[in-house]
Write a protein that binds this ligand. Structure first.
Ligand SMILES: Nc1ncnc2c1ncn2[C@@H]1O[C@H](COP(=O)(O)OP(=O)(O)OP(=O)(O)O)[C@@H](O)[C@H]1O
Ligand SMILES: [Mg+2]
Length: 232
């Protein structure tokens, strides 16, 4: 699978605050293929969130070209960005963002409710099996561990069958071992052609990714391909 799903050239995001300009992202070139897992590393303030927000069309670049799933994104307004995201992008957050009064199944089906779709029979069971939570379908979030809550959030993101999954610091609230198991889960999910982009502070997780990109001051300073051999 060598199809490019995201392509960016000279990507910049500047914030203007009075006379001051913050160059949050300062000229990034990046290309991501279907089924590729890319981690974005770098110190706090280096531009990781800014970059992932641009690549996932939550924000628009100040300059540069960006194509996501075949659509040119630069210069689009928010309502147009929503259209690009819809059905293409799935999101996972550091804080999980599960609704406490809904069961695991209900939380996972929420995106379909928002899209006005009824769940395809067995899809929920399928995604819960994919994240290893078949036996927790009727639990409430407060009956789960942190790692399990993040797995629910990942299952929820998978419900719409996205082409790209983005996760900003998905292991930030988890201990090291649990964080590592979440990275391994992400890696398994890419085998179905899903592209996954993750920001993390933890360099130790880098070798689960096909590519680890390090940012400093809004620029890519290194790009490694640790790419553990894939299981046959
Ligand atoms: N809305 C904003 N207005 C002004 N400056 C901003 C804004 N958002 C981010 N920045 C600045 O852009 C730079 C990059 O921020 P960003 O959030 O992308 O960093 P990060 O690498 O994700 O950091 P962290 O590891 O702490 O999450 C920082 O200097 C930040 O202060
Ligand atoms: Mg950040």
């Amino acid at each position: 699978m060598n199809n490019t799903i995201i392509e960016a050239h000279g990507l910049k995001r500047y914030y203007h605050r009075g006379a001051e300009t913050v160059k949050a992202l300062d000229g990034v070139d990046i290309s991501i293929r279907e089924g590729e897992m890319v981690s974005i590393l770098g110190p706090s303030g280096s531009g990781k969130t800014t970059l992932i927000n641009l690549l996932s069309c939550l924000d628009a670049p100040s300059e540069g070209t960006l194509t996501v799933a075949g659509k040119s994104v630069a210069g689009l307004e928010e309502d147009q960005l929503v259209e690009v995201r819809r059905g293409v992008l799935g999101f996972v957050f550091q804080q999980f963002h599960l609704l406490p009064t809904l069961t695991v199944t209900e939380n996972v089906e929420l995106p379909l409710t928002f899209l006005g779709r009824t769940p395809v029979p067995n899809r929920t069971k399928e995604v819960l099996a994919m994240v290893g939570l078949s036996d927790r379908a009727t639990h409430l979030p407060n009956e789960l561990s942190g790692g399990q809550m993040q797995r629910v959030a990942i299952a929820r993101a998978l419900m719409i069958e996205p082409k790209i999954l983005v996760a900003d610091e998905p292991t930030g609230n988890l201990d090291r071992k649990t964080g590592e198991s979440i990275f391994q889960l992400f890696r398994q999910l890419t085998t179905k052609g899903l592209a996954i982009i993750i920001t993390t502070h933890n360099t130790a997780f880098g070798d689960e990714a096909d590519r680890a990109i390090t940012l400093e001051d809004g620029k890519i300073v290194s790009e490694e391909t640790p790419g553990r051999p894939r299981a046959a």
